[in-house]
Design a protein around this ligand. Structure first.
Ligand SMILES: Nc1ncnc2c1ncn2[C@@H]1O[C@H](COP(=O)(O)OP(=O)(O)OP(=O)(O)O)[C@@H](O)[C@H]1O
Length: 345
């Protein structure tokens, strides 16, 4: 563990048992997170990308121990949180926050905004008097761009963007160090998305926050992240700096696929260039042997079917899990770079 690492996972796994239906009594598991070892540095935004169902949300929840891992370790500022008891974990939670995709379902419809924001202060005993609570709540509301007039409102009286501001206020009112942002703008109108992203950037600076930013939206990730991890079927297959990402310096065929399959933002820049991959994402219940991407990979060899490639540092700050990283760089790199020119980012 390096000094600047704030969150570190070692071989982290979460398997969910499959219950009922066809699979009854077969002892089958969804390999939602299947051996992830990564680090998130103090003060950075680590973006996590990947198709729906690849395990991004499960990974985010594991980092805060909102769900229990099946195996592996999670270090939070040097403390292995998998070893903490309930009480120790509750104390540490003050330093963690989470914002979910849909504020409508994550906020209690029967609680006013004031009561919603008061709860974390009470759980963590962060204010002595009612007056102190009130002041802290107003201060945080103002930090997220709302005001005293919103305190007595209920969630149904606010817009989607305002509700997400309340969710963000709730996540940071305990003055945390680390916040998981799980698709925080995906449920919002396009016009509101940019405002919320800018708010998150400003809050990060103001409160010195470290973010895990989960999104399937490449352009949002590119805007927000310092480094990006690409997830495929429960594994991280590539980690790269935002510079390498922008330059199209990519070594995993799946990362190239993600970029090539994302539509350009501006319709006039869209092309009908064919997507390089075929085939469905395999089921996380039946993960293919060897490299789990081999069934969709254009460069597959026998080695890929037999041996799982480890995540290795291919150059400074750039990690990839592929037996043939140069193939992607040489053969798909030019296509990716051409595509990147089409992003109006
Ligand atoms: N509580 C659970 N019980 C059983 N399976 C689960 C549970 N939570 C998630 N899964 C399964 O684990 C896999 C990963 O799900 P997860 O929600 O982490 O993916 P994701 O990448 O965040 O997808 P999305 O972008 O659609 O939210 C999926 O196959 C999902 O069905």
């Amino acid at each position: 563990m390096k000094m600047k690492d704030f969150i570190v996972t070692e071989n982290l796994k979460k398997y969910f048992p499959v219950r009922g239906g066809l699979f009854k009594q077969k002892n089958l598991y969804v390999h939602a997170v299947d051996g992830i070892s990564i680090n998130i540095r103090k003060g950075e935004t680590f973006g996590l990308a990947g198709e729906s169902g690849c395990g991004k949300s499960t990974f985010g929840r594991l980092l805060l121990r909102l769900i229990e891992p099946t195996e592996g370790s999670i270090y939070f500022d040097g403390i292995d949180i998998t070893k903490l008891d309930k009480d120790e974990m509750r104390k540490l939670r003050r330093r963690m926050g989470i914002v979910f995709q849909d504020p409508k379902s994550s906020l209690n419809p029967r609680m006013t905004i004031y009561d919603t924001l008061k709860r974390p202060l009470e759980i963590h005993r962060l204010a002595e008097s009612e007056e102190e609570k009130y002041d802290k709540i107003v201060e945080i509301l103002e930090a997220v761009g709302l005001g005293e007039e919103h305190l007595s409102r209920y969630p149904h009286e606010l817009s989607g963007g305002q509700l997400q501001r309340v969710s963000i206020a709730r996540a940071i009112i305990t003055n945390p160090d680390f916040v998981v942002l799980d698709e925080p703008t995906s449920a919002l109108d396009i016009s509101v998305q940019a405002q919320i992203l800018n708010l998150l950037v400003n809050l990060q600076r103001k409160f010195n926050l470290t973010y895990l930013f989960i999104s399937h939206d490449i352009s949002v990730l590119q805007y927000m992240s310092d480094r990006i991890g690409i997830m495929y079927l429960g594994k991280v297959v590539e980690i790269l700096s935002i510079d390498d990402f922008r330059k199209g310096e990519i070594y995993h065929p799946y990362t190239a696929y993600l970029l090539l399959s994302t539509p350009a933002l501006h319709p006039s820049k869209r092309t009908s260039r064919k997507v390089i991959l075929t085939g469905e994402v395999p089921s996380p219940i039946n993960v293919p042997p060897g490299c789990r991407f081999h069934v969709r990979c254009p460069f597959v060899t026998q080695k890929c079917k037999d041996e799982e490639p480890p995540l290795v540092e291919i150059k400074k700050d750039h990690y990839v899990a592929c037996h043939y990283p140069d193939k992607t760089r040489e053969e798909l790199g030019p296509l990716v770079r051409e595509k990147l020119k089409m992003y109006s980012l």
